[in-house]
Design a protein around this ligand. Structure first.
Ligand code: FAD
Length: 354
């Protein structure tokens, strides 16, 4: 089957929906293609205890505030899934699922989007496929030697699966801290981090982080000195479960080990810890394989951009992958502005080129 539309949005998580909201407001013809069978993007796959790091009202997409979750200041992932499902219905966003995009190709004045269920031709494409689908694992010596189980954050669900086991959690970011906190009571836990964990002050949550990111953008836009952004404050939001475990003294980090051995890990000084499971909370990379036919230059996995537009292909916009595709655009509250900018630019392109 072959279809033609003005804009194809690839990915129907929060970023794709925010794009759809603004494309609809501009009266453009578009479709959202999403590989998942059901709404909610990556939030559908989160571990059971995951909570947002901001209250609901500070986690909203354009047009509709996220309603609070009864009894929870920081909503659960399932609440976000429901909000996103409701959002796409409310704005009648044309999401096609499950449709996996295999490749985006240049085709004269159009872009051709090849999928596992047909082909779409469009004047412009917004890629908003997130990062959850490309877990990153660092190369550590001895990886093949370890006889236990290795997994990434994306496979983790609940401490029930590891009760009584010897678990090593690797990573000093939010996922590492939250999984370590989750596992601290029921397992024999080692938490390994490359540098000592840097907790943000307890009163700093996603709201404050968003304010800092906004102030930084304003400073940079006005040509003032870079304020340093959120990274200068710390790495780990002290969400209530993390704070509780930390305050009980159960969240002690060890330095990063230097290699894996058959029954665990070993530090440079020869100390060893035995382990049944190693969980790598070592981050993600943008899921951009579908763009490879365009042959865009990558710099450390990132495509050179002007705002949300790919410098080398002005018909392509990228949304939601991180600050490099718009300040705070990889958050619920932040993606709306980048989505608005992308939609406006596409509107202008179509007005000029027809
Ligand atoms: P996704 O949710 O990943 O959605 C992308 C969609 O594209 C998916 O449905 C996917 O199946 C689809 N897709 C991928 N490839 C293709 C393809 N080739 N063809 C078609 N479809 C495709 N942000 C906050 O604001 N607050 C928080 O508290 C917060 N907590 C987070 C906690 C964790 C552990 C993580 C990892 C992130 C968190 N974020 C948070 C950041 C961000 O909000 C989420 O990562 C969010 O899921 C990003 O949304 P997205 O739409 O960009 O990507």
């Amino acid at each position: 089957m072959s279809h033609t539309t003005q804009v194809v949005v690839i990915g129907g998580g929060q970023s794709g929906l925010a794009a759809g909201y603004h494309l609809r407001r501009l009266g453009l013809d578009f479709v959202v293609l999403d590989a998942q069978s059901t709404p909610g993007g990556a939030w559908q796959h989160a571990w059971e205890s995951l909570r947002l790091f901001s209250p609901a009202a500070y986690s909203s997409l354009p047009g509709r505030l996220m309603p609070p979750q009864a009894g929870e200041t920081y909503p659960e992932a399932q609440h976000v899934v429901q909000y996103l499902a409701d959002y796409e219905k409310r704005y009648e966003l044309p999401v096609e699922r499950p449709v996996r995009v295999l490749g985006v190709h240049r085709d004269g004045r159009l872009l051709r989007v090849e999928t596992d269920s047909g082909t779409w031709h469009a004047r412009s494409v917004i890629s908003s496929t997130g990062t959850w689908w490309r877990p990153f694992l660092p190369a550590v010596p001895g990886q093949g030697a370890f006889g236990g189980r290795q997994m990434h954050t994306v496979q983790y669900r609940s401490p029930r699966d590891f009760a009584g086991r010897r678990v090593i959690v690797v990573g000093g970011g939010n996922s590492g801290a939250q999984l370590a906190a989750d596992l601290a009571y029921d397992t024999e836990l080692t938490w390994a981090t490359q540098r000592p964990p840097r907790f943000l002050a307890d009163d700093i949550d996603g709201r404050a982080l968003f304010d800092v990111a906004t102030a930084r953008r304003r400073a940079l836009d006005a040509g003032r000195t870079d304020t340093g952004g959120v990274a200068s404050l710390g790495d780990i939001v002290a969400v209530p479960p993390v704070r509780e475990v930390r305050d009980r003294g159960l969240l002690k980090a060890s330095p990063m080990f230097s290699r894996l051995v058959p029954d665990g890990v070993e530090w440079a000084d020869g100390t060893r810890a035995e382990a049944d499971v190693i969980i790598w909370c070592t981050g993600f990379r943008p899921a951009l394989a579908h763009l490879s036919p365009l042959g865009l230059r990558h710099r450390r996995g990132r495509i050179p951009m002007a705002g949300t537009r790919a410098l080398a292909e002005p018909r392509l916009h990228l949304l939601g992958y991180g600050d490099w595709t718009g300040p705070a655009s990889a958050t619920l509250i932040g993606v709306g502005r980048a989505a608005r900018d992308a939609a406006r630019e596409i509107g202008r392109l179509l007005a000029v080129d027809g």
